[in-house]
Design a binder for this molecule. Structure first.
Ligand SMILES: Nc1ncnc2c1ncn2[C@@H]1O[C@H](COP(=O)(O)OP(=O)(O)OP(=O)(O)O)[C@@H](O)[C@H]1O
Length: 296
């Protein structure tokens, strides 16, 4: 199975729970999962188990929000998916490619077909928005492109992506001259330039004010729903998960504690996931260093 095209080939907008599964003329399910994680565990070299028995399928068109305290294992999941954390699993596959035991070339291909969006954007500050987007296509580029001479087709694609994220007029602006929200949009365009089968967004709005956070998450949701590229996004703000995700998975100490459609996320669950304000007060009183990450 192609690593770069299958998600768009099978693109279907997120369906309401319970609606029938579409099938292609030849009988293949159109919404077979892009990510399959079954009994996934990650134990780091120091012996710390950051993820335990994690099971999740993510299908084309879905936005899945990861919730949980700092240190609950959200980033570890994203690393495991691309072979960057030591994983064991009954099954862990991306777009049909098994991750555990994959050789270096296979992992490179999986990473090249996975779009990343980070909290701090990770753009090259002195390069233009356009060049930053073009770097997203470097893995599939020929030798000329790697030397910095991008083809006309690549430039047109990158410009079209900048237009899609609302930044057509900023193509030649230096990345470090853009606002945080604009930089995150460039980062999303760069991820799309990869032709991803999956987008992993690790706290993509943690550095943005609420209005910009909404516009970035709305863009990610559009990409999932319109292009069928599934998005896994870690968030610390439950209301944003409710507004922009289809499903949520809550982690505590590497284990799933709650999961389901965002409409099923109750206040009791939120209190269970993050604790109530009273819990915070009690913790602050009993632990002078409360708020620092537990070393487990
Ligand atoms: N390379 C590593 N070696 C050992 N332990 C690690 C490593 N990376 C992460 N951990 C530990 O694994 C646990 C989960 O970390 P992870 O970064 O996945 O949490 P997180 O939910 O993404 O947190 P945050 O919301 O702060 O980003 C933490 O206790 C962390 O200290």
């Amino acid at each position: 199975m192609s690593l770069t095209t299958s998600a768009r080939r099978t693109a279907t907008p997120a369906r309401p729970t319970g609606s029938p599964t579409p099938t292609a003329a030849h009988g293949q399910r159109l919404d077979s999962p892009v990510l399959v994680a079954k009994d996934l565990s990650v134990t780091y070299k120091n012996g710390h188990t950051a993820l335990s028995d994690f099971t999740l399928d993510v299908r084309p068109g879905e936005v899945v929000a990861l919730l949980g305290h700092s240190g609950s294992g959200k980033s570890t999941l994203m690393k495991a998916v691309t072979g960057l954390a030591p994983a064991t699993a009954t099954q862990l596959s991306v777009d049909g490619t098994d991750i555990p035991g994959a050789n270096a070339a296979t992992l490179r291909a999986v990473r090249a077909s996975t779009g990343y969006v980070f909290q701090h954007f990770n753009l090259v500050p002195q390069l233009s928005a356009l060049t930053n987007v073009l770097t997203g296509g470097l893995h599939s580029a020929g030798p000329l492109s790697r030397a910095g001479l991008f083809s006309r087709a690549q430039r047109e694609q990158a410009l079209a992506l900048l237009a899609r994220v609302g930044l057509a007029d900023k193509a030649s602006a230096r990345a470090d001259s853009l606002s945080g929200g604009q930089q995150q949009r460039v980062a999303i365009a760069r991820a799309l330039m990869q032709g991803p089968s999956l987008v992993l967004a690790d706290e993509p709005v943690a550095s943005l004010d609420p209005r910009l956070a909404g516009s970035v998450l709305s863009l990610l949701r559009k990409i999932a729903h319109e292009d069928g590229i599934p998005v896994i996004v870690s968030l610390h703000v439950v209301d944003l998960a409710r507004r922009y995700a289809d499903r949520f998975v809550a982690l505590d100490a590497g284990r799933i504690t709650h999961a389901g459609p965002v409409a099923s996320l109750t206040e009791d669950m939120v209190a269970d996931i993050y604790g109530s304000p009273e819990d915070d007060d009690a913790a602050a009183e009993s632990q002078p260093n409360a708020g620092q990450e537990a070393t487990a």
